[in-house]
Design a protein. Structure first.
Length: 257
């Protein structure tokens, strides 16, 4: 296994983003080709980098943007199925991803607010169990791969719904076990290795089931649309973007008054 493969499989993405991304970008030329494409930056590759420790995935990480399958799926959805890039609005982006930050900030139509518990890139720092914004503040909310980390995801989802404007919408991606409809979670499981075995990562406290997750979103007050990106893009483009298991986008809407 080469050094780059070791980095992308074993080094946390937060560490990669702070410095190792420069190393990855410096070798990106060696992945040049026209088999796969990162739609976020428009770069094409003969292959992408593997990623994942428990469940290593081939062609997962794009070397220029550091996007994973879920980021490319979200980007393709925003571009192809929404007016996100042209409509005026105010957005709350929780746990903002490296591959999106500069591009979302550059949008003149968007009042872009970022937040995280401790990320130096975020505008605000707080615990999302108690979001310090007024009711009905945001037109758009995005929080990807956040809910599997929090103690009380139902409380966090209620907070998301509270701060969104009526008619506002969001994207809330999480790791989902498509082989099990039920969510696996046990507050007594605190050992990092056991969490990794059960929930796919040492700092995860649950693994969502494909039937239960939409139910939790609805219980928080959202209308839920589960979008099939393979149908939306077509087989050829879905494969070219290397979306892998990220077939489904979870879009939520706060009902209009």
């Amino acid at each position: 296994m080469g050094l780059v493969s070791v980095l992308t499989r074993w080094v946390p993405r937060t560490v990669l983003q702070r410095g190792a991304h420069l190393a990855l970008q410096s070798v990106a030329w060696s992945y040049a080709g026209n088999t796969l494409e990162d739609p976020i930056v428009g770069k094409s590759y003969r292959k992408m980098l593997p990623y994942g420790r428990v469940r290593s995935r081939a062609n997962a990480l794009a070397p220029h943007s550091l996007s994973l399958e879920r980021h490319r799926a979200v980007w393709a959805y925003l571009k192809g199925s929404t007016s996100f890039f042209s409509t005026q609005g105010k957005m709350l982006h929780l746990a903002p991803e490296y591959c999106f930050l500069k591009r979302f900030k550059a949008q003149t139509s968007l009042e872009y607010v970022t937040a995280d518990l401790n990320s130096p890139w975020a505008d605000h720092h707080f615990d999302c169990h108690d979001i310090p914004f007024d009711d009905n503040t945001f037109d758009v909310l995005m929080a990807n791969h956040l809910l599997e980390h929090v103690e009380n995801d139902r409380q966090v989802l209620k907070e998301f719904c509270r701060v969104m404007k009526p008619g506002g919408w969001g994207i809330l991606q999480v790791p989902v076990n498509y082989k099990d409809g039920d969510t696996a979670e046990d507050p007594n499981v605190t050992d990092p290795m056991e969490r990794e075995r059960l929930y796919w990562q040492q700092d995860h406290v649950r693994l969502y089931g494909h039937e239960d997750y939409p139910k939790r979103l609805k219980e928080a007050g959202f209308e839920v649309e589960v979008v099939d990106m393979k149908d939306a893009l077509g087989e050829a483009l879905f494969t070219r973007y290397s979306l892998g298991e990220e077939r489904w986008i979870y879009k939520v809407t706060k009902p209009a008054i």
